[in-house]
Design a binder for this molecule. Structure first.
Ligand code: HEC
Length: 179
């Protein structure tokens, strides 16, 4: 009996070893390798300091045209909100009794707004805007929030210099861990 168990254990061990050693890199044969071009298309993160911002530019009046065509149906005229979030025109600050969370009152970085617009809006066709169009619609949203001038042009250099009203409104919960 003991002998039988030992042999069974030995056989199982050998099967185990042969499974592990049989071309481990082959994996379960699911999916396929992402091509460098596909990886490039997913690497679109823009950091708060502006790193990752692409070439190109757009201004407020160009952004208004895009907004009316592709954003207003959900976000309402002048970003006042409709079926989707209000983006501009808050009359209350975050510290007021009835805080209104908009780009102007809440978002700490204009660069993040570019990243968000590029990767996820318009909601039914994310990724469909060119970089110039994203710069333009981002400019229009900043203008609607009285953050930039009507004549301002947004590009990799100017966008990262925009100082958002709520830039210092966030608390770093982890700062003690950074020491
Ligand atoms: C079909 C409806 C629809 C359209 C069209 C649309 N959005 Fe949105 N948008 C949404 C919804 C829904 C959300 C909330 C998504 C979430 O919270 O995850 C949102 C969220 C946003 C936000 C974040 C708001 C916040 O403060 O949390 C921004 C900025 C934005 N949209 C910009 C745009 C821009 C720019 C366009 C046009 C290029 C656009 N949206 C078109 C539905 C839409």
């Amino acid at each position: 009996m003991m002998m039988k168990i030992t042999i069974t254990a030995l056989v199982l061990t050998l099967i185990g070893i042969s499974c592990v050693s049989a071309e481990p890199s082959a994996g379960p044969n699911l999916g396929r390798h992402a091509s460098p071009d596909q990886i490039k298309r997913w690497q679109i993160s823009v950091m708060p300091d502006g790193s990752g911002l692409p070439a190109g530019q757009g201004n407020v009046s160009q952004g208004k045209i895009i907004y009316l065509q592709k954003c207003q149906s959900c976000h309402g005229p002048d970003g006042q909100g409709a079926s989707a979030d209000q983006l501009a025109g808050a009359s209350m600050k975050l510290t007021d009794e009835w805080p209104e969370k908009t780009i102007g009152t809440y978002w700490p970085f204009a660069t993040t707004l570019f990243d968000f617009n590029r990767r996820s809006m318009p909601m039914l066709a994310p990724g469909s805007l060119s970089d110039n169009e994203v710069y333009a619609v981002t400019a229009y949203l900043l203008y609607l929030n009285d953050i930039i001038d009507e004549k301002a042009v947004m590009n990799a250099n100017t966008l990262k210099k925009v100082r958002m009203p709520n830039r210092d409104g966030f608390i770093n919960m982890y700062k003690d861990n950074d020491k």
